[in-house]
Design a protein around this ligand. Structure first.
Ligand code: FES
Length: 102
């Protein structure tokens, strides 16, 4: 199953991100949680996410490349950006992305 295009904010290209050391391409201009949904549409849709900065089930830590400071964030708030390296993901995200074999 593919995600409905209307779920995503308009985008014209994909950007490269890393999740736990694996490379993926996701739509620019979208939150990281939407980017995860782009990769695993059905399981993320059924995840226990509020999409509203409330439940905290979408916690990640990330950096922007070698030498950059790791930061903690909520994937439903943080925009996915080219070069982003997601280093840690919550157990809920991990469960929803299990199909990616991270
Ligand atoms: S999905 Fe609930 S805080 Fe991000």
């Amino acid at each position: 199953m593919t995600a409905s295009p209307s779920l995503f904010r308009p985008y014209t290209k994909l950007v490269k991100i890393q999740i736990l050391g694996k490379d993926f391409e996701v739509p620019e201009n979208n939150t990281l949680l939407r980017c995860f949904q782009f990769l695993q549409p059905e399981s993320v849709a059924y995840g226990r996410f509020c999409w509203n900065e409330d439940c905290q089930y979408c916690r990640v830590s990330f950096d922007m490349g070698e030498g950059s400071q790791p930061r903690a964030a909520l994937a439903c708030k943080l925009m996915g950006q080219d070069g982003m390296r997601v280093k840690e993901i919550s157990s809920e995200i991990k469960y929803c992305l299990r199909g990616l074999n991270l």
